[in-house]
Unconditional design. Structure first.
Length: 192
């Protein structure tokens, strides 16, 4: 099943640490800020600071606007996100400090309960006939332009509007191919 979630359905919610706001794009049924299995969101980071603590969760953070950010985890490892679609995957319980390169950035976040879901994220600066993988849930997001989803076997082409979140439930193998620029594809599978 394919569902298009338009931006008007996104919700603005406070950061867990109270230092900013997140645009929540999708969350599991019954999920709340303090108790969820998976959540997709976007946020602007306007100053250096410590990220919210999400112990028990895995975070995937993708740069989608701005000059870049360094993420330092537990005063040790540093992920440098400098180009659009650069990604950092880290433990939500890490002490993560964000240091902006110059001005504010916007990031795309996938946060999943580590014991419940495995997450695979693919970012495509340019895709032409890119085969989709499989997943209990698949999300597609195009940063700037509409993308095309070609459904194999049905000779059907769907336009995926830019800046809308596309959700596909129970995505089978060889179901579709994707064409477009600056695309984020997220696959979630229950690991219990």
């Amino acid at each position: 099943m394919i569902k298009v979630i338009p931006p008007r359905q996104f919700k603005t919610v406070p950061w867990k640490n109270g230092q900013g706001e997140t645009i929540e794009m999708a969350i599991n049924d019954g999920g709340t800020l303090d108790d969820f299995d998976w959540r997709l969101s976007m946020a602007s980071v306007v100053e250096d600071g410590v990220f919210s603590n999400f112990s028990g969760y895995t975070r995937n953070l993708i740069l989608i606007d701005g000059d870049g950010i360094n993420l330092q985890h537990n005063d040790n490892k540093i992920d440098r996100l400098t180009r659009l679609l650069d990604i950092s995957t880290f433990d939500g319980g890490d002490k993560t400090v964000g240091n902006l390169h110059s001005n504010e950035i916007t990031d795309f976040n996938i946060i999943t309960r580590t014991t419940r879901f495995t997450t695979k994220v693919a970012c495509y600066p340019q895709a032409k006939g890119q085969a989709l993988g499989t997943g209990q849930l698949c999300f597609i997001y195009s940063l700037f332009k509409d993308a095309l989803l070609t459904i194999n076997g049905e000779q059907k082409i769907m336009t995926l509007p830019a800046q809308h979140l596309i959700q596909i439930t129970n995505l089978p193998e060889n179901y579709a191919t994707l064409t477009g620029d600056h695309l984020i594809v997220v696959y979630l599978n229950d690991c219990t």
